[in-house]
Design a protein around this ligand. Structure first.
Ligand code: MN
Length: 515
C-alpha cells in the first residue's frame, strides 16, 4: 500500500469538548475549527447538534465558515437526532453525518436492553435514513473492542450495504492493546464481504496510554482514517493525540509508507490555541508539543546538538512550527507589524477586532518590554474569551499586606451595559476579589481548582491563572492572563462565570423550544 494517505479526523470540538469542564462558546469553537482547517485536517467533528442549542449553533456556524475540511456532526441512531445533525451541516461545502450505536454485550445487556437483531435493524435503518439526506455517512459500532466479533461483522456489512461510507472501529473504553487491535482490523478486512466499499476508521482512547499505538497499528493493517484530538484531550484519559500520530507517521515514513494532509508547521500553534481556549494545560513532558519536548538538559546531549542537531534530535522543532526566536514585538511596534504577526500566528481579525486587540497589545507593551509569540497568543485567547461575555470586568483593585485586611473593589459592566460596583473583605486578595464579584453576579458556585503559571520567563512575565468552578453538577473552566496576577485571577473568574451563564442561558432556551 505504498503511497497511500490516511485521513485525519479531528474530534477536539466533540470528544475533547465533552471532557469535563470544557464548555467552549460558538466563537471559540469557530476559531479552533478555522485553525484545524489551516492545519489541513480532513474531517472536523464539530459537535453533537441534538444535545444542545449551543452545540447546534456552533456546528452550523462552522459549516458556513470552514470550506476546505469536511464538517461532521455526531448523531444518535434515531431520526430526530439525524435530522438535527443534517440541519446543522447542510450548508457545509462537504458535510458528514456520524451515527453511533452501541454493539457490545456490556452495553446491549445493561444500557440499551436490546437484542442483536434489534440493534442491527436500528443501525441499518438509521444509516438508510441519513443516507437520504447526505452522501457521506460514518457509522460507529460503539464499544467495538468489546463487541461479539461475528455480530460486529454482520453490523458492518449491514451498514455498508445501507450506505455507510466510513466505518469507525472504536476502542471507546481504551481497553485494547496494539497486537489484538491490529488483528481486529485484519479480521474485519477478511470477514466483512463489502468492506472495500467503506473507509476503515479507528477511534482510540488513552485509558492505558495506548491510544496512539493502537491507532498506528491499525493504520499498518489497513485503516485509512484516524480519529484524534489536539493535545490528546478527550473523555477521561483522552483520545489519541493528533500531533503524535502525524509526527510518528512522518518521522517513521520508512515504516508506515503513508502520508497525511497535515501541514505540520501549524501543529504548535494549534496546540497552543486549543490549550488556551479549553483550559487544558499541556504538560511540559508531552510528546511533540510539550515545553520540554525539544529541550536538552544533559550536558553530553547539549554538546552533541550544538555539533549536529540530529545527534539527539529525531525531529526538527521547525517542522511543527515551534517559534525559533522568542523576541518579536515591543512598545514601538505599529499596528501593521502587529497584524502581520497575528496572521502568521493564524489569527485573521476584522477591522474592529483588530483595533481592540491592538489596544490590548499596546497596554501590555507598556507593562512588558518584549512581547513574545506566547504573549500574543495568550492575549488573543483573552480577546476571544471576552468577546462574548455576559459581564465584563471593568475595574479591579485590592489593598492587602500583613497589617491590613485584604479588601477588594470591583466594577463590572452588566448585560444591559449597566455599571455595577461593590467591595468585599477576604482572607487574601484573590478571595476578596472573588467575594466582591459574587456580590454582583450572584451565581452560587464552588471553586475547585486554582493555579497560577507564568507564560514566559522574567519578572515582568504574563501570569496566567487557570480555574475551575462547579455549579449544579457541571464544571466550567476559566482563564485569565495579566502582568498582575490578582487581575489575572479576576479575569479567570469572570471567564468561568461567563461560561456558566452562557451555558445556562442556552439550556434554558432549549427547554423553552421544546413542545
Ligand atoms: Mn470517544
Amino acid at each position: 500500500m505504498k503511497g497511500d494517505r490516511v485521513l485525519i479526523f479531528d474530534t477536539t470540538l466533540r470528544d475533547g469538548e465533552q471532557a469535563a469542564g470544557t464548555s467552549l462558546n460558538s466563537k471559540e469553537k469557530l476559531e479552533i475549527a478555522k485553525q484545524l482547517e489551516s492545519l489541513g485536517v480532513d474531517i472536523i467533528e464539530a459537535g453533537f447538534p441534538i444535545t444542545s442549542q449551543g452545540d447546534f449553533d456552533a456546528v452550523r456556524l462552522i459549516s458556513k465558515e470552514v470550506r476546505n475540511s469536511t464538517i461532521c456532526a455526531l448523531s444518535h441512531a434515531n431520526n430526530e437526532a439525524i435530522e438535527r445533525a443534517w440541519e446543522a451541516i447542510k450548508k457545509a461545502k462537504k458535510g458528514r453525518i456520524h451515527i453511533f450505536l452501541s454493539t457490545s454485550e456490556e452495553h446491549l445487556t445493561y444500557q440499551l436492553k436490546k437484542s442483536h437483531a434489534e440493534v442491527l435493524k436500528l443501525a441499518v435503518a438509521s444509516v438508510e435514513r441519513a443516507r437520504k439526506l447526505c452522501d457521506d455517512i460514518e457509522f460507529t459500532p460503539m464499544d467495538t473492542t468489546r463487541t461479539d466479533i461475528k455480530f460486529l461483522y454482520k453490523v458492518l456489512e449491514g451498514v455498508i450495504k445501507a450506505g455507510a461510507t466510513t466505518v469507525n472501529i472504536a476502542d471507546t473504553v481504551g481497553y485494547a492493546i496494539p497486537s489484538e487491535f491490529g488483528q481486529l482490523i485484519d479480521g474485519i478486512r477478511k470477514n466483512v464481504p463489502n468492506i472495500s466499499r467503506a473507509v476503515i476508521s479507528v477511534h482510540c482512547h488513552n485509558d492505558l496510554g495506548l491510544g496512539v499505538a493502537n491507532s498506528l497499528e491499525a493504520v499498518r493493517r489497513g485503516a485509512r482514517q484516524i480519529e484524534c484530538t489536539v493535545n490528546g484531550i478527550g473523555e477521561r484519559a483522552g483520545n489519541a493525540a493528533l500531533e503524535e500520530m502525524v509526527m510518528a507517521i512522518r518521522t517513521r515514513a520508512d515504516q508506515y509508507h503513508i502520508t497525511t494532509n497535515i501541514r505540520t508547521e501549524q501543529i504548535y500553534r494549534t496546540s497552543r490555541m486549543v490549550s488556551d481556549l479549553t483550559g487544558f494545560v499541556v504538560p511540559p513532558n508531552k510528546a511533540i508539543v510539550g515545553a520540554n519536548a525539544f529541550r536538552h538538559q544533559s550536558g553530553i546531549h547539549q554538546d552533541g546538538i550544538i555539533k549536529k542537531a540530529n545527534t539527539y534530535e529525531i525531529m526538527d522543532p521547525k517542522t511543527i512550527g515551534m517559534p525559533a526566536s522568542a523576541l518579536v514585538l515591543g512598545k514601538v511596534s505599529g499596528r501593521h507589524a502587529f497584524k502581520e504577526r497575528l496572521l502568521e500566528l493564524g489569527y485573521s481579525l476584522d477591522e474592529e477586532a483588530l483595533i481592540h486587540a491592538f489596544k490590548a497589545f499596546k497596554e501590555l507593551a507598556d507593562k512588558k518590554k518584549t512581547i513574545t509569540d506566547r504573549d500574543i497568543q495568550s492575549l488573543m485567547g483573552e480577546e476571544i474569551r471576552t468577546s462574548s461575555e455576559v459581564y465584563h470586568l471593568d475595574h479591579v483593585g485590592v489593598s492587602c499586606g500583613n497589617q491590613s485586611m485584604p479588601t477588594a473593589t470591583v466594577r463590572l459592566i452588566g448585560p444591559n451595559k449597566e455599571v455595577l460596583a461593590d467591595a468585599a473583605l477576604g482572607t487574601g486578595p484573590v478571595d476578596a476579589v472573588y467575594k466582591a464579584i459574587n456580590r454582583l453576579v450572584r451565581v452560587p458556585n464552588q471553586l475547585t481548582e486554582f493555579s497560577v503559571n507564568s507564560i514566559t520567563a522574567g519578572i515582568d512575565a504574563l501570569g496566567e491563572v487557570l480555574i475551575r468552578i462547579e455549579s449544579e453538577g457541571a464544571s466550567y473552566s476559566g482563564r485569565g492572563a495579566d502582568t498582575d496576577i490578582i487581575v489575572a485571577s479576576a479575569k479567570a473568574y469572570m471567564n468561568a462565570l461567563n461560561r456558566l451563564l452562557v451555558t445556562k442561558k442556552v439550556s434554558r432556551k432549549q427547554v423553552e423550544n421544546e413542545p
